[in-house]
Ligand binder design. Structure first.
Ligand code: AMP
Length: 281
């Protein structure tokens, strides 16, 4: 397994691989890997000749009061996990090498980015789209895998690939959960034992909404109320948003008539967790 730190070297190696007819699969991450990340690598591995994982905590997608400096990092452990998944290359750039001084070109998605996490984290998806576009140019993948855990991000990346004609297949990876149902996330590490227990309310509220929906409830105010009550009952849980949006356009819906993404973000102290499910009539 090769570790590549220089963006120029990454691009040169990738272009050489493409010229020799090899296909490249790509899993972008911010590191501190867990089984959710590994599941994406397992999806990509059989679909490509060369599997590249990037580990880069991208500064441009963090707001001024967010956890950029505190974001958990453990490269040695990540390296071992990647080796165990038969990853061929880890692209591990330094922030200073990824962005030119005075960089002034950004990729801004203007339709799907204004709701859900985009509303709570202004500028977040501009940072995500810009870094993913840069990573695509450096790694030259034929396919890239993104997790359903970040449902809005996944849809925005699919839109970017469509609208900017990246010749890349985007593969969706299902949400991986801990045994008790909490969606795996690098940020779970921040939770105290008490918060970790309380965090199960995200999954509980999604299970409840699925059940209500299966029993015939389609009205979004009523479905949202069920979720909010379950979360408000948990001490220390502060709802950032609970949103019901059309799964394709991410426009808010009042009734579940078509495939609907139910997404929520809940804060426990300074730790913000997200989760989602899809209701299909
Ligand atoms: P991150 O390192 O948090 O930026 O995530 C890198 C990739 O892993 C993204 O495509 C995420 O959607 C995906 N991911 C994170 N957590 C999970 C999970 N629990 N299940 C599946 N994919 C995940």
């Amino acid at each position: 397994m090769q570790i590549i730190k220089s963006p120029e070297e990454m691009q040169r190696l990738a272009l050489d691989l493409k010229r020799s007819g090899q296909t490249i699969g790509f899993v972008p991450t911010m590191g501190f890997l867990h089984d959710g990340h590994l599941s994406l690598m397992r999806l990509a591995r059989p679909k490509c000749d060369v599997l590249v994982v990037s580990i880069f905590v991208n500064p441009t997608q963090f707001g001024p009061n967010e956890d950029l400096d505190a974001y958990p990092r453990d490269f040695e452990r990540d390296e071992q996990l990647c080796a165990d998944e038969s990853v061929d290359m880890i692209f591990y750039p330094e922030p200073g090498n990824m962005y030119a001084a005075g960089a002034s070109v950004w990729v801004d998605e203007e339709s799907l980015s204004g709701v859900l996490c985009g509303e709570s984290r202004p500028g977040h998806f501009r940072g995500v789209c810009t870094v993913v576009a840069k990573l695509f140019n450096l790694v030259q993948p034929d396919l890239a895998v993104f997790g359903e855990k970040d449902a809005q991000q996944l849809r925005i990346i699919e839109r970017m690939v469509r609208d900017l004609n990246f010749p890349i297949e985007i593969v969706r990876g299902p949400i991986l959960r801990e045994a008790d149902g909490l969606a795996m996330s690098s940020r779970n590490k921040y939770l105290s034992a008490e918060q970790r227990k309380n965090a199960l309310c995200l999954r509980r509220s999604l299970d409840a909404v699925c059940l209500n929906f299966e029993q015939g409830e389609k009205n979004v105010s009523s479905l949202r109320k069920t979720m909010a009550e379950l979360i408000d009952a948990v001490s220390g849980a502060e709802i950032d948003y609970i949103s019901f949006v059309d799964d394709a356009s991410l426009e808010p819906v009042e009734s579940v008539q078509f495939s609907t993404l139910v997404a929520l973000a809940v804060k426990f102290g300074s730790t913000r967790l997200i989760d989602n499910t899809i209701l299909v009539p």
